[in-house]
Design a binder for this molecule. Structure first.
Ligand code: PRP
Length: 198
């Protein structure tokens, strides 16, 4: 799907390569442990599907639906659980899979909530990290891409529930693409989390 207001930030091939690198690191770090991968709906559904297929471990998948943005372009800061996990996580190593960490408010709320359920460990893997947007400190163990402060859509990310099915990550330009628009800098941070602490 193409849209004249969306420019490519990270194409499909680059996403696939990086997902494989993330999955290799997770496979190494969690070898021999009981791992539950928790996808945060809705934004993470494509990333979660691609990631778990590349993780070479016995694991379980669960999902939790949160929303904080409503239909706007800025975080409301108010986080709501729309759908909770279907299984307990007591004693399990949990890996939360997010599409994006921006203000960090969603994750802060989520990590506090999960920690009350007695997991062996909880860490976070996000496809995208937007550090300039941060309003609270959160620890993210696996980052796919560090991106600048642009409004991104596609590969699961939406604007008012639209654009999730774009197969790449794009930048949304509400007034159309500006003249001379260049591709913003995207980096792939080092992955050195190691085995989870218990
Ligand atoms: C998005 C995204 C994260 C959160 C990150 O969810 O999936 O959960 O916002 O933002 P933050 O770091 O500023 O809190 P959203 O509420 O848009 O719901 P969605 O996943 O259904 O799109």
């Amino acid at each position: 799907m193409r849209d004249e207001r969306v420019t490519v930030l990270i194409d499909e091939a680059r996403i696939a390569e990086r997902v494989a690198v993330l999955a290799t690191a997770i496979t190494r770090d969690y070898a021999g442990l009981d791992l539950t991968v928790i996808g945060i709906l809705k934004g993470s559904f494509l990333f979660m599907a691609d990631l778990v297929r590349r993780i070479d471990l016995h694991l379980t998948c669960d999902f939790l639906e949160l929303s904080s943005y409503g239909d706007g372009m800025a975080s409301s800061g108010v986080v709501r659980i729309n759908k909770d996990l279907s299984q307990p996580i007591a004693g399990r190593h949990c890996l939360v899979v997010e599409d994006i960490v921006d203000t960090g408010l969603t994750l802060r709320y989520l990590l506090e909530n999960l920690s009350t359920r007695g997991p062996a460990s909880v860490r976070v893997c996000t496809l995208l990290d937007k550090p300039e947007g941060r309003r609270t400190e959160v620890d993210v163990s696996y980052v796919g891409f560090r991106i600048p402060n642009a409004f991104v859509v596609g590969y699961g990310l939406d604007l008012a529930q639209r654009f999730r099915n774009i197969p790449y990550v794009g930048v949304y330009h509400p007034g159309g693409v500006p003249e001379g628009h260049g591709v913003p800098d995207v980096s792939e941070p080092h992955l050195g989390a190691g085995r989870p602490q218990t």
